[in-house]
Each structure stands twice: as C-alpha cells, then as structure tokens.
Design a protein around this ligand. Structure first.
Ligand code: PAF
Length: 281
C-alpha cells in the first residue's frame, strides 16, 4: 500500500487508474481503525478495482473542549490493517494540507436541517466539519463509490444529502454496524472506557432493542422514549438524547411512517457513545 500526505501524488495515482478505466472505492476515516473500518475496506474491495482510504483527524468537526488532541493516533497499526484488508492507497494529510488558510477562512459545506438536530444540537458545527472534509476528500480522490458505517447514521444521511444536493457522481454505501460480542457498537472512542464502564456500555444497545419492542407493541414513540431514558439512567449512562425518527429523513415520525430509526447518544466516563437501530412497525 502506498501512503502519502501529498495531494499531487494521490491525484497522480488516481489519474493512472482512471485512465485505464478502472473503478475506485473510497473509505474516509480518522484512523485508530477497528473491525468496523476493516469491514468497510473489505466491502470496498468487493465493489471496485482499487480501494483508497484516508486517515485525517479533522479539526473542523471537533468543538471546543472536545477530544481533538486526545483522539488516538495509531498510524503504524492502521497501515498494517489496511494493507491486509486490501487497501492500495492511503491519504494521510495534515491540517495544514487540508486547510492551508486556517479554519476561519475555509469555505465550508453546510447541509441544512439534518445537521442541526440530535448530535448536531449537542455538537454545533460538527456536521459542517464532516460535510466540508468529506466534500474535499471526494474532490481529491474522485471515487465511484464511498463507504460509511451505519453506526454514524446521522452522518451517513448528511453525506447522502450533500451528494444528492450537490450532484456529486458518487454512490454512497452504508455498511452495517460491527459490534463487540456484548452488543457494544465498535468505535475508536470505546478506548476511553475503563473495564467497569465497558461492562455498563452495552446497556445502550439493549435499551435501543427494548425501545423498538415497545413501539412495535403499540406504545407511542414518546411513551417508549420516556421508559428508555429511565433505563439508560438506571444502567449508569448519562443520556444526551434518545429519539425515534423517520429513517429516511430523521423527521419526527408520523403515525403512518413504517421505517423508523432510534438514535441515541450517552455519556459514560470520558466517552460519548452513539448508537442507533433501524426497525419497522
Ligand atoms: O466517521 C468518521 O470517521 C469521520 O467523521 C469522517 C467521515 C472520516 C470525516 O472526518
């Protein structure tokens, strides 16, 4: 696998593949890769001639007081895992390369509505940072397809909306969340959990399962959500939000909506865990 932080080098390699008429799949990441990321790369290998990944801890999507500096950087291990999974080209830019003028003067991409709720409400500007960096990375890599984990369900919808609204010729593929045996969704931020917290964390997924069952049994989303909030607190988690939404656009569900998603975020020690569950009623 070629690793480069140099935009010209990345573009040259991609041009060579493009001139041969070969297809490119892209997996953008912030590194500290786990099985969830590796599943994306393996899926990408099945779907295109070449797989490109990026590792960039994007300062634009972190708010003040968030874990930008603490975010784990594990390049050597990540390179090994990517190579084994079949990635051929890894882009590892620095903030200076991505944002040479600095963040204050950087043009940005904002996906309205969907970006302002749920995680966007707690983390103002987060999805602007995500949309902007993903747009830049798409322009650099020019992939045919790009793969994202469904654990970040809201992020996936933000990116799908950006691609549709800006007519980007890229197919966005959402890949199922990979979980620990306990049910805990894999995340780089799980590394912040102590052993004791790791035993508590699976309560998040268990609560999503129960909430879905309440709604399927006839509870209104509001009543079911109240019960779920209490269960999260009893388990030792500090809920940020838990909400039942229309799975296509994250709108509040109407009684006729059948395809729903529960999205949740909760604090546990130094970690902010997120998870979601799509279901039908
Ligand atoms: O999901 C992530 O790791 C990041 O938000 C992404 C998509 C790589 C953008 O920085």
């Amino acid at each position: 696998m070629i690793t480069s932080a140099n935009i010209a080098e990345i573009r040259a390699q991609i041009k060579t593949w493009r001139q041969r008429g070969e297809t490119i799949a892209f997996v953008p990441t912030m590194g500290n890769l786990h099985q969830g990321h590796i599943t994306l790369v393996k899926e990408a290998v099945q779907r295109a001639d070449h797989v490109v990944a990026s590792i960039f801890v994007n300062p634009m999507q972190f708010g003040q007081g968030e874990d930008l500096d603490a975010y784990p950087r594990t390049l050597i291990e990540d390179q090994k895992a990517l190579t084994e999974a079949g990635c051929e080209l890894l882009f590892t830019p620095t903030p200076d390369i991505m944002y040479p003028k600095g963040l204050a003067e950087q043009t940005f991409v904002e996906v309205p509505e969907i970006s302002d709720q749920l995680c966007g409400e707690t983390r103002p500007g987060h999805f602007r940072g995500v949309a902007t960096v993903v747009c830049k990375l798409f322009n650099l890599v020019q992939p045919d397809i790009a793969l994202f984990g469904k654990k970040d369900f809201q992020q996936l919808l933000v990116i799908r909306t950006m691609v549709e609204d800006l007519s980007m010729p890229i197919e966005i593929i959402g890949v199922d969340t990979v979980r620990e045996a306990s049910g805990l969704a894999m995340s780089s931020r799980n590394g912040y959990l102590t052993a004791e917290e790791k035993a508590i964390a699976p309560a998040l997924k268990r609560t999503l399962d129960k909430l879905a069952a309440y709604v399927q049994a006839g509870d209104t989303p509001e009543t079911a959500t109240e019960k779920a909030l209490q269960q999260l607190q009893l388990a030792g988690l500090k809920p940020d939000y838990i909400s039942v939404r229309n799975a296509l656009n994250l709108a509040q569900p109407r009684s006729q909506d059948k395809h729903l998603v529960i999205l949740a975020a909760a604090y546990l020690g130094k970690a902010r865990l997120i998870d979601n569950l799509e279901f039908s009623r």
